[in-house]
Write a protein that binds this ligand. Sequence first.
Ligand SMILES: Cc1cc2nc3c(=O)[nH]c(=O)nc-3n(C[C@H](O)[C@H](O)[C@H](O)COP(=O)(O)O)c2cc1C
Length: 216
Amino acid sequence: MTKIVAVNCSPRKGWNTDLMVQAAAKGAKKAGAEVQYFDLCRLEQFTGCVSCFGCKLPPNEGRCVCLDDMHPITEAINKADGLIIGTPIYLSTISAGMHALVERLVFQNVTYQKELRTYRKRRIPVLMVVTSGIPAERYEEVGYDKMLETWRGMLDRSVGPTSMVISGDAFQVPDYGKYNWTAFDPEAKKKGREERFPLDLAEAEKAGAALVKGEQ
Ligand SMILES: Cc1cc2nc3c(=O)[nH]c(=O)nc-3n(C[C@H](O)[C@H](O)[C@H](O)COP(=O)(O)O)c2cc1C
C-alpha cells in the first residue's frame, strides 16, 4: 500500500494548518494510501541539523543520525512514497519547525561528491501546505511567492516533485472581540472562515488525492 507521511508544522492543533494537512491526508486516504500523521510541535525535543556529518559517513549515508524526537519523522519520510508538509507563514517565512525538518531532510541527501548529487535513491512526490494571515492574493506584492518558491524548489530538488496549496487570510482566534486588533474586520474574517476556508480544505483534499494518484 502507498505510504504517505503527513507533518503539521504549526503549534496549533485543530487550527488552520493542521486542518489543511488533515484534509490533504483525507484525500490521500480516499485515494487508497496509508497515512502516518505527525504533529511536529507535540514532540518533546527536536532540533534542526546539528552538522554532525553522520549522514555522510558509511554506513549511514543519506540517513539523518540525530536521535532526537524528530528522528522517527525523517526515518518515516525516508521509507514513504509521498510527503505532505504543512506550515503557517511566520515572520514572512516558513515556521521554525518546518525549517528544522527541511534542514534535516534535505541535508542528509547532500553527498559532497562530484560524481553523485544525492544519496536519495527514490524521488517521492511532496505536497506543501501553507497558511497565512494575509490573503493569498497579496503574496506577489509582499514577496511570499518568491520566498515559497525557494522552499518548494528545495524540496523539489532534494525529495521529489513538489506542489503547493495555500490558504490565506486565516481566521486566527475564536473571538476577535477580545482583542484590540483594529487591523482586522472580524465580520470579514468570520465570512472567510465560513465561505472560503471550506473551499481551501476541498483543494487540499484534492491535492492529497492527486499526490497518491501521481496526478500532481
Ligand atoms: C509568530 C507569528 C508570526 C506570523 N507572521 C506572519 C507573517 O509574517 N505573515 C502572515 O501573513 N501571517 C503571519 N502570521 C499569521 C499566521 O501565518 C496565520 O495565522 C496562520 O494561519 C496560523 O496557522 P495556524 O492556525 O495553524 O496556527 C503569524 C503568526 C504568528 C503566531
